[in-house]
Design a protein around this ligand. Structure first.
Ligand code: B1M
Length: 213
């Protein structure tokens, strides 16, 4: 197997045997984000496909998630860091009912490496908790992540609740269940502030930077 195939394989198999050495080898060839967005994400897509076909059970998907997390943790110190002054504060949350946090935590790493102070509220975060944190932290933006189809609807509810609470900080949304169109047609009309869709963590950084301009 090639190095790239082995890296995807660790995620698919949910096995860390040999992973650290292969991540080190990959770092000789690629930037950390290329490793994540390339072979590791390809492995995760395969996990999603197998799970969808009932060829994997949740416990196995959890092991794949552990491999992804360990890989990101090993890659993180090698990522480029922008040591400039703090650009802003961003709240991050996976919405109510959703436990998926690998994407959100990747967004946290990318943003915090690039000058943002992140307040990560975790997973399954109900609107009330986001409102409370927004009042206490006064963030420059609120980032919502969700991977389940029902999470897209939960983002609509969250936007409505934030509006009712009088909050209008820009909202950044992302996650596999969302699209730009859904964001524009379904979430944005329910909110008084800007609502932006990010397709991945780097896109999220670009948008955050533009919001600050
Ligand atoms: Co779940 N799961 N899962 N799962 N899981 C999916 C999402 C699914 C598509 C798999 C499938 O069926 N093919 C499916 C959703 C179906 C649907 O609603 N359409 C699914 C399901 C059904 C479930 C359960 C219901 C299974 C069950 O219990 N029967 C359950 C849900 C429980 C719940 O949430 N209440 C469940 C549980 C789990 C695990 C716990 C086992 C595990 C998560 C572990 C964890 O996160 N700590 C898991 C995993 C790993 C997946 C898949 C395989 C991989 C997700 C992932 O981590 N990808 C996923 C299938 C897939 O996506 N291929 C699947 C890697 C990650 C880096 O990408 O999160 O997309 P992602 O983030 C991207 C972008 O989306 C974006 O940037 C990132 C890349 O740079 N992004 C943002 C994300 N958030 C952003 C926020 C931003 C900006 C960009 O700004 C704020």
């Amino acid at each position: 197997l090639t190095l790239e195939e082995r890296l995807s394989g660790y995620v698919v198999e949910g096995s860390k045997d040999g992973l650290p050495a292969d991540i080190d080898a990959a770092l000789q060839k690629y930037a950390p984000l290329e490793i994540i967005n390339g072979p590791l994400m390809a492995g995760m897509e395969e996990v999603g496909r197998l799970f969808n076909n009932n060829e994997l059970i949740v416990a196995e998907v959890l092991q794949s998630a552990e491999v992804m997390k360990a890989s990101v943790a090993q890659l993180e110190p090698h990522m480029e860091k922008d040591e400039s002054a703090v650009k802003g504060k961003i709240l991050l949350a996976t919405v109510k009912g959703d436990v998926h946090d690998i994407g959100k935590n990747l967004v946290e790493i990318i943003l915090s490496n690039n000058g943002y102070k992140i307040v990560n509220l975790g997973i399954k975060v109900p609107p009330e908790q986001i409102i409370e944190a927004a009042r206490a932290e006064k963030p420059d933006a609120i980032g919502l992540s969700g991977l389940l189809v029902k999470s897209a609807q939960q983002m609509v509810i969250t936007a409505q609740d934030l509006r009712t609470a009088g909050i209008d900080a820009p909202i950044l949304v992302g996650g596999a269940a969302l699209t730009r169109k859904f964001t524009k047609n379904r979430i944005a009309p329910e909110y008084d502030g800007i609502v932006m869709y990010a397709k991945d963590a780097m896109d999220g950084l670009d948008i955050a930077n533009k919001l600050g301009d």
